[in-house]
Design a binder for this molecule. Structure first.
Ligand code: UDP
Length: 469
């Protein structure tokens, strides 16, 4: 422990594993490295199980406490067409009175409020308690630049972004191709677009932006945030790339069949296939992926979920199996034919432990930002397969800027031959080796940054010094 600041910080997490995990990791880092007492305020929904029940992890440092706020019920505000960003904003908006009461009741009172992207409407609460406020965007700087610059694009560009003939220009940053825009920018008439624009306008009103990125990963965009250019005139507050923050590997959990299987595979010979906490594929795409993996003749671990027919949780319900146990949504006999090279994990895996295993040599991923960082910090190159949210811009970044990934050609359904060829290229080819070396290099620079005195570490200390002053 290097600092006995005795600071108390409240961190607000919006609902969803992809939001709670990075908040918990940030809380843990503040507690373990900086001796900060952390209260995580978790917005939960009345209609889905609380994330803390889903999070089957040891709960972190003794200075980190999780406070589940009373569940909010937004069912009267939404219908089947309400998009995810709108729903998240509605949930946090409905929870504002609970957030306020929770902070008022805290003893000791927090000396700062950190919120994630969907929590920017807490600005008046921070003002009421007269505490500094920081927004934590557990994503990359390029996505953040797009978010804060979108209100300007909103004024400059007419028509839908996806129909633009040229990439969207963000000063000092790589332009964003129209087909890569984030989900809330897909339809300018939808409520989630207005919510996104609002967030983009509210972020610069905070005292600083914490990013789950690091200097060596995004030098160009981070420079654009620092330089006195147009982006700086939109965001005058400091930007702190304090990453990579990722879940620690559980080293003392009992070995299961999968880890035992991985122990028996050669180093860097297995590709891990997984689509995040909620990603599902169409029935046709699952069939093509299964054949692609089989035809590649590479070893694989695949977190399988039944095809998406609307609800991402429908896979928890019964699925019939073929005679060899193959789930009926995979090609008949798949388990038998791939018995020696493949391992299927239904629904949910210990992703961090798997990626960290030395047998893993590639990751076919939906490239959510947590998964991306877990891959880089395990020295694992990727095949990017974006599905939703900001994953298309992540995918482009990983291929064109970070240089650690391959991408299938953009088609509605990626066919088996292309999948097989990409998997072989990543796992066996020279190109795969180059990408793996680049992932190792980025990981090495990340580790440097996190060390005492490293760039990410220094920035975290700087934020806390400002809060204490
Ligand atoms: N995750 C996991 N096991 C799974 C699927 C996901 O542990 O089977 C974790 C993964 O390690 C990551 C998070 O869930 O920390 C997913 O976050 P990400 O940002 O990658 O994507 P999202 O799920 O938000 O789309």
């Amino acid at each position: 422990m290097e600092n006995s600041s005795n600071l108390h910080v409240a961190i607000l997490s919006s609902p969803g594993m992809g939001h709670l995990i990075p908040v918990l990791v940030l809380g843990n880092r503040l507690a373990a490295q900086q001796n900060v007492k952390v209260t995580v305020l978790l917005v939960t929904s009345a209609v889905s199980p609380p994330e803390s029940n889903l999070l089957k992890l040891p709960l972190y440092h003794k200075l980190v406490q999780i406070m589940e706020l009373p569940p909010v019920d937004i069912s009267h505000l939404v219908d089947h067409s309400t998009k995810v960003v709108t729903q998240l904003c509605l949930m946090v908006r409905s929870a504002l009175p609970f957030i306020r009461s929770a902070i008022a009741a805290m003893d000791p009172r927090p000396e700062a409020l950190f919120v994630d992207l969907f929590g920017t409407e807490t600005l008046p609460i921070a003002a009421e308690f007269n505490i500094p406020k920081y927004v934590y965007i557990p994503s990359m700087a390029w996505f953040t630049a797009l978010t804060v610059y979108c209100p300007v694009l909103d004024q400059e560009i007419k028509g839908q972004y996806v129909d633009q003939p040229a990439p969207l220009r963000i000063p000092g940053c790589k332009p964003v191709r129209p087909e890569d825009v984030v989900d809330p920018m897909l339809d300018r008439n939808d409520q989630q677009y207005y919510e996104y624009i609002r967030m983009g306008k509210e972020i610069p009103l905070f005292d600083g932006i914490l990013l789950n990125s690091w200097e060596a990963l995004e030098p160009t965009t981070l420079k654009a945030f620092r330089d006195n250019g147009i982006l700086r005139s939109v965001v005058k507050i400091p930007v702190y790339p304090i990453g990579p923050l990722r879940r620690p590997v559980e080293t003392d959990s009992p070995k299961n069949d999968l880890i035992g299987w991985l122990d028996r595979q050669p180093k860097e010979s297995v590709i891990f296939v997984s689509f995040g906490s909620g990603g599902t594929l169409s029935a046709e795409q699952i069939t093509e992926l299964a054949w692609g993996l089989e035809l590649s003749r590479q070893r694989f671990v695949w977190v399988v979920r039944p095809p998406n027919k609307g609800r991402v949780d429908e896979a928890f319900f019964s699925v019939a199996n073929g005679s060899d146990g193959t789930p009926d949504y995979l090609p008949d006999g798949f388990l038998t034919r791939t018995r020696d090279v493949g391992f299927l994990v239904p629904m949910w895996s210990q992703q961090v432990e798997i990626l960290n295993h030395e047998a893993i040599g590639g990751f076919l991923s939906h490239c959510g930002w947590n998964s991306t960082l877990e891959s880089i910090t395990s020295n694992v190159p990727m095949i990017v397969w974006p599905l939703y949210a900001e994953q298309k811009i992540n995918a482009t970044f990983l291929v064109e800027e970070a240089g650690i990934a391959l991408r299938p050609s953009a088609k509605e359904v990626v066919r088996r031959d292309e999948i097989a060829s990409l998997v072989r290229k990543l796992m066996q080819g020279k190109e795969g080796e180059t990408l793996r070396n680049r992932a190792k290099q980025l990981n090495m620079m990340a580790t440097e940054g996190l060390r005492h005195g490293g760039t990410s570490h220094k920035l975290m200390s700087e934020i806390l010094a400002k809060i204490s002053s």
